[in-house]
Design a protein around this ligand. Structure first.
Ligand SMILES: [Fe+2]
Length: 116
């Protein structure tokens, strides 16, 4: 049984190094690799601590926004899907990238990064 709180709103983590395992399970991890004009953006949920992937507790979706504009979305099944999204964006260095995910029990979680 999961005893973590059910959260509302959009959750963020100010300091990943001091985050709890509960926070680490949910906080999207953003990795960016530039190749010329393009940036490959990979978002992983459960990068530091694995998130459950069961019919009663799973990551429902992941979204990527670039400079405030939605650019990619992944709707996940509760079975046999790792909560990972990779997309390739044609964006300038310095563009803010936001990744948000939604856990069916623990709500929305947001992380940001800056494009290299
Ligand atoms: Fe969760």
């Amino acid at each position: 049984m999961n005893d973590a709180p059910i959260l509302s709103g959009i959750n963020t983590v100010a300091d990943v190094d001091s985050a709890s395992d509960f926070e680490k399970k949910h906080l999207p991890h953003i990795a960016c690799v530039r190749d010329g004009d393009r940036v490959a953006v990979t978002v992983i949920v459960g990068h530091l601590v694995s998130h459950p992937n069961q019919p009663d507790h799973f990551i429902q979706w992941i979204e990527v926004h670039a400079a405030g504009t939605p650019v990619a979305r992944f709707d996940a099944s509760a079975v046999a899907v790792d909560p990972i999204l990779t997309c390739v964006l044609n964006i300038d260095a310095g563009t803010e990238i936001a990744a948000m995910e939604n856990c069916n029990l623990h709500g929305a979680w947001l992380a940001t990064a800056v494009a290299p």
